[in-house]
Design a protein around this ligand. Structure first.
Ligand SMILES: NC(=O)C1=CN([C@@H]2O[C@H](COP(=O)(O)OP(=O)(O)OC[C@H]3O[C@@H](n4cnc5c(N)ncnc54)[C@H](OP(=O)(O)O)[C@@H]3O)[C@@H](O)[C@H]2O)C=CC1
Ligand SMILES: O=C(O)[C@H](O)[C@H](O)[C@H](O)CO
Length: 258
C-alpha cells in the first residue's frame, strides 16, 4: 500500500497479492484512491489459450457450461515460501488460487456454495478438494496439493454442446482443444526456473498496455477478479479448517488471521 500511496507508483504484484480478502481490499482501495495501476499477477489470464477460452465462452460454442475441472498437484512441500506460515505458505495461496481463478474465468460470478475437504501440513494448508456450486446448478471440481507427486495438471470446461480441454500446465498453457480444433501457442526462449516462465511476457505486455492507457486495472484480471478469487480462497480456508477439525476429532492448528 505504501508503494502505491506514499511513493505513488503503479504496481504489478505476483499472485497472491495478499494473505486474505481484507488485505486485498485495502490494497485495491488504495490503488483506486491514488488512481494508480494495480494488477495482481495472475499470469494465466494473459496467455493466448485463455484469450481463446474467453472468445469461445463469449460465442457460447459449448452451449451452457455445467462443469469445470482443474487440478494442480505438485511436490513443493520443502520450499520455504510454501511450508512456512510466516511467509504466507500453504496450498491455496500458491496452487489452489490457479484452480479457483480458472472457475471464475468461466462462471464470472460467486458460487452459491463452497464445499471443501482438506488437510494440513504442520500449520499450513497441504491440499484440498473444492467443489463450487453456482446458482444455475453448474459446478467446478478443483483439486490442489503441495505435498504429492506430480498430477495431471490440466483443466477442462464441459458444456452441454462441447468442451474445452486445456493441457498441462493449465496455469500457463500453450495447448488446448476447443470445438474449433486443436490450438498451439509455442513459447520461445523458455529456459527459466519455472515452467513456461517466458509466458510472463504476456502479463508484462498487458501491464504496459494498461499503463499507456492510464488504467488502474487490467480487464483480463480486474480488481473485481481479485476480489472474487480472494473471497473464495477465504471461504475455502475457513471451510478447510472446519473439515480438518472434524476429521482430526477436535484438533485445530491453523490460526485464523482474517
Ligand atoms: N508466475 C510464476 O511463474 C511464478 C510465480 N511465483 C510467485 O512469485 C512469488 C515469489 O516466488 P519465488 O520467487 O519462488 O519466491 P522466493 O522465495 O524464491 O523469493 C521471494 C523473494 O521475496 C523476498 N522477500 C521475502 N520476504 C520479504 C519481505 N518481508 N520483504 C521484502 N522481500 C521479501 C525474498 O528476499 P530474500 O532473498 O532476501 O529472502 C526473495 O527475494 C510468489 O508469490 C509465487 O507465488 C512463483 C513461481 C512461479
Ligand atoms: O505460481 C507458480 O507457478 C507457483 O508459485 C508454483 O509454486 C509452481 O508453479 C509450482 O511448480
Amino acid at each position: 500500500m505504501d508503494i502505491i500511496g506514499t511513493a505513488g507508483k503503479s504496481v504489478v504484484c505476483e499472485k497472491p497479492m495478499a494473505m486474505n480478502l481484507k488485505q486485498a481490499k485495502l490494497v485495491l482501495d488504495t490503488a483506486k484512491t491514488e488512481k494508480r495501476l494495480f494488477m495482481e499477477g495472475c499470469w494465466s489470464r494473459f496467455f493466448p489459450v485463455y484469450d481463446l477460452i474467453r472468445s469461445e465462452m463469449d460465442k457460447r460454442t459449448l452451449g451452457e457450461v455445467r462443469m469445470v475441472q482443474a487440478n494442480f498437484c505438485v511436490q513443493i512441500a520443502h520450499v520455504d515460501r510454501i511450508k512456512k506460515i510466516s511467509m504466507g505458505g500453504g496450498g491455496v495461496l500458491d496452487l489452489g488460487i490457479y484452480c479457483i481463478q480458472f472457475a471464475c474465468l468461466v462462471f464470472k460470478e460467486m458460487p452459491e456454495s463452497i464445499t471443501v475437504v482438506g488437510g494440513l501440513m504442520g500449520d499450513v494448508d497441504e491440499g484440498a478438494c473444492v467443489i463450487l456450486k453456482y446458482r444455475s446448478g453448474a459446478m467446478a471440481n478443483l483439486t490442489y496439493h503441495v505435498n504429492s507427486g506430480m498430477g495431471n495438471n490440466s483443466a477442462v470446461i464441459l458444456g452441454q454442446k462441447g468442451r474445452i480441454e486445456v493441457d498441462e500446465p493449465f496455469h500457463c498453457p500453450t495447448r488446448c482443444r476447443t470445438p474449433s480444433g486443436e490450438h498451439e501457442f509455442p513459447l520461445k526462449d523458455n529456459d527459466y526456473n519455472f515452467t513456461n516462465s517466458s509466458g510472463m511476457l504476456y502479463e508484462a505486455n498487458a501491464a504496459r498496455d494498461s499503463l499507456l492507457k492510464d488504467e488502474i486495472e487490467h480487464p483480463k484480471y480486474s480488481h473485481a477478479d481479485s476480489i472474487m478469487v480472494h473471497s473464495i480462497m477465504d471461504e475455502t480456508s475457513t471451510k478447510k479448517r472446519a473439515s480438518y477439525r472434524i476429521y482430526r476429532n477436535g484438533a485445530m492448528r491453523v490460526k485464523n488471521d482474517a
